[in-house]
Design a protein around this ligand. Structure first.
Ligand code: NI
Length: 137
């Protein structure tokens, strides 16, 4: 098996997500869905790499967009942050529209614990999550 071997996969997606993906990727210049998915996968990998690479004390931001109608989600997000009160420094909540909320959590502390917090925050109802992590030393 060569490293550059191209394989075909089959994935299940909500139609709305795929339509949005196709529309967005065309807008930024991709006419080929496979190429756009490859680019999206590369950027997902790059963005997620800090989880393996950054060690020790770091600071950063965890941001997420979610549907506040999802039952129990607001309480769950609050509970999760209380469990990590030693690294959660600040939190901002913005009501984006009738449905969506943007929550921004500023963190500082051990990268392993921030990693745990970030994983715990990937619960049902979260539409997007982004992390920006910076080393403090
Ligand atoms: Ni809200």
């Amino acid at each position: 098996m060569s490293e550059n071997e191209v394989i075909r996969i089959s994935v299940s997606l909500p139609r709305k997500l795929l339509d949005e993906f196709d529309e967005t990727s065309k807008e930024v210049g991709y006419n080929d869905r496979s190429k756009a998915i490859r680019a999206a996968m590369h950027s997902f990998i790059t963005e997620s790499k800090w989880m393996h690479e950054k060690k020790g004390s770091v600071a950063g931001v965890l941001a997420m967009v979610y549907d506040h109608h999802t039952k129990g989600l607001d309480d769950m997000l609050t509970d999760i942050q209380h469990h990590h009160e030693d690294i959660v420094r600040s939190m901002m909540h913005i009501h984006l529209d009738k449905t969506n909320c943007l929550q921004i959590i500023a963190v500082k502390g051990d990268s392993e614990e921030i990693k745990d917090l970030s994983k715990e925050l990937t619960v049902r109802g979260i539409k997007q999550q982004k992390q920006i992590i910076m080393t403090t030393s």
